[in-house]
Structures are given as C-alpha cells and as structure tokens.
Design a binder for this molecule. Structure first.
Ligand code: ZN
Length: 370
C-alpha cells in the first residue's frame, strides 16, 4: 500500500466510524478464520516467534549457556621470576614469572575463575636442547607454578599443557630423527614422562598437545602404573589442525619451529576424516576429555567430537588468532568486544563443546557477573 492510499484509507475510516468498526470486526473474523485454518492444516509448528517473545523465554532456548565453570584461562609462565611482559600480538595477555602469578590471579579467583592451563616459556640461555630436557625440570616454570597454585588456590583446577616445542632447540613437538622427521617412539616416551612429572607435582589435569601417535595410551598406562590414574584428568588435544591462527601463541611461548613446519603431525585443515579417527583413537586410548583446536573455524569438528564421544566432555581451544581477530574487529568498529566475544564463544558451545579455553576468560568473569 502506498503512503497516499494509506492516508486516504485512514481518512475514509475516520470519516465513518461505523464503517471502521465493521472493518475491525471483519478483520477479527478474518484472523480467527486464518488461525483455524492454520490449526486445521497442521502447520502450527511453523509459528516460532511466540516461543522466544520474552527475554526469559529467549534464555530458555540456549542449549548450552556460557558459565564461569566452562572457562579455562591460558597462562604463559616464564622462568624469570619477576617478569611481567605484555605479548605484543596477544592483546592484554602477559608472560609472567612465578612472583607475579598469585597477585595476578587473586582477583580473578575471587571473581569465580575455576581453571587455568599452564604453558612454560623458558628464556634462560641453554634452556633448550634437542630432547626438551627442561620440560620437566623440577625448578622449571611449569612445575613450580603447579606447586605454588596448589598451595595458594586450593579450589583452582590446574591443567598442564604437555608438549616439547617450548623446550626443544628445534621448536618441534617431539624428538627428531637425523632426517628431521619426528621419532614417534622416543617422543611418546619423553612426552609421557613429562606428563607424569606434572601430575606428580599436583596438576589436576595433563593435556598433551603434541599430536604424536599413541601418547594418550602411554600417559594413561604410566598414570595407572604410578597409582594416580584415578585422580588425574587426561585431556587430549585430539583434533588439532595446523594453520596460521597460532601465530600470536608462538610469539608468546617462543615456540616457532626453527625449520620446517608441523604439518606432518598437526591435522590438515580439510582433514575431517582424520580428525574423527584421531578422536575415536584417543577415546579408546583412555582420554577423559577431547579437545578441538582451533574452535570457531572447526565447529563441524566440535560437533563430530560430541557425536563420537557422546559421554565425554568436549573442549574447544579458542586460539590466539581467533582472540586477536575479535580484538582487531572491535578496534575497527565492527562491533563491541563483548558482543563479539559472546557470539563467538556461544557458537562454540552450541556446536557441542562444554569447555572453552579462552583468552577472554578474565573479561567473561566480569561480563557474566555473579
Ligand atoms: Zn608443541
């Protein structure tokens, strides 16, 4: 209806009140006839709006709602006790030494922080070698952090990322053969030893991110042998895809490979079948939690993980590149940071994850309030 005919229509109705009443009553009778015809033709299910017409009714629609308990905060622990250095490519994230850890975490724990995942960043001269010897150094930043956090925050759930790339001189996630390829057997031996050292130090959860074949089974067997399998969660980075989104993390952890790349052990971006096989394998090998990484780019894999591992919690790592992109978009005025962070993270939950490793954790603790 054009504007002019609308005006004349209103004028016409106002000029004759009786006629207007009769139009209204005709409209009502039309509406009731239409409603009846909907019910008769059996298409009531097409009427969705009423079901989310109220804010509370909208909240009821969320299958998995973001809560503080779902969040894991990544921490980069340096071997310089007093260090607190901003990581340039990872907005608001710092590399910290042991002396800065408790003061930093105290307010976050008070706001409801439940879990952290620790990454070691050895910076001292000579701290890196071909075997990643410093990964399980009892005086190293990860083991020292685990002990400190257990004492300082008894209710905090402590996860230790387990890998060698931060500690090897070549920056790869295992021990190499002479030709530069991964020696899977030696790598798995070494990585399972490192996991045991972290579990012994008091980590509630060990999370191998190396992607060597068979490491979940090796770690589980060592945990059983040591009599601590019943008290340690084994979280597997099962579907970890290679790609450019880890850039800021490598800056933070100083773990960029000195030659080659990680394509031989991280999954190719199109490798959905491989991801499904890796998830199945890790469940069979004794993983308690399955992780998919990165998160937002792999929602189909998160959903696959939930379907394959129906009875396991699925975690998703919202990686450094995803975090940096949301920050950059907020800075460019695309939308505000909070809205974009919620949308991205709730999308990950909707896909099937119930745990999210996120650099937004401190913000979410504020945004989610009490
Ligand atoms: Zn690694």
């Amino acid at each position: 209806m054009s504007f002019s005919s609308l005006v004349s229509d209103i004028t016409y109705r106002d000029s004759d009140r009786d006629d207007r009443r009769s139009q209204v009553s005709r409209a009502r009778s039309y509406a009731s006839t239409a409603a009846t015809s909907v019910s008769i033709s059996g298409e009531v299910s097409s009427q969705l709006h009423g079901g989310y017409s109220h804010p509370l009714a909208r909240a009821w629609q969320a299958e998995r709602q973001l809560t503080k308990a779902m969040l894991i905060y990544p921490l980069f622990m340096s071997d310089r006790p007093d260090e607190e250095t901003l990581i340039p490519s990872l907005p608001n994230q710092y590399r910290r030494g042991l002396n800065k850890l408790v003061p930093f975490l105290t307010p976050l724990v008070r706001k409801g922080l439940r879990s952290v995942i620790l990454f070691g960043v050895p910076l001292a001269d000579g701290s890196k070698d071909a075997l990643g010897t410093s990964a399980d150094d009892p005086q190293g930043p990860v083991i020292q952090s685990i002990r400190l956090l257990r004492r300082a925050f008894p209710s905090l759930f402590i996860i230790a990322d387990v890998c060698l790339c931060e500690y090897t001189s070549h920056g790869h996630c295992g021990i190499l053969r002479d030709d530069g390829s991964l020696n899977n057997t030696l790598s798995v031996d070494r990585i399972s030893d490192v996991a045991m050292a972290y579990a012994d130090a008091g980590a509630h959860c060990v999370a191998p991110s190396d992607m060597n074949d068979g490491r979940i089974r090796a770690i589980k067997l060592k945990l059983i042998e040591a009599g601590i399998a019943h008290q340690v969660v084994l979280m597997s980075y099962s579907a970890k895809f290679s790609g450019c989104l880890y850039g800021p993390f490598r800056d933070a952890a100083g773990s960029a490979p000195s030659f080659g790349d990680r394509r031989c052990y991280q999954l190719p971006p199109g490798g959905r079948g491989l991801a499904r096989r890796a998830i199945q394998r890790d469940i069979q090998e004794g993983a308690d939690v399955i992780m998919v990484k990165p998160a937002s780019q792999y929602l189909d894999i998160i959903s696959d993980a939930k379907e394959i591992g129906k009875d396991l919690p699925v975690a998703a790592y919202q990686v450094s590149g995803e975090f940096a992109m949301i920050h950059a978009a907020a800075k460019a005025g695309v939308f505000d940071l909070k809205t974009m962070a919620f949308e991205a993270t709730e999308g990950i939950l909707r896909a099937g994850a119930s745990i999210v490793v996120s650099y937004f954790t401190p913000e979410f603790l504020d945004w989610l309030g009490n």
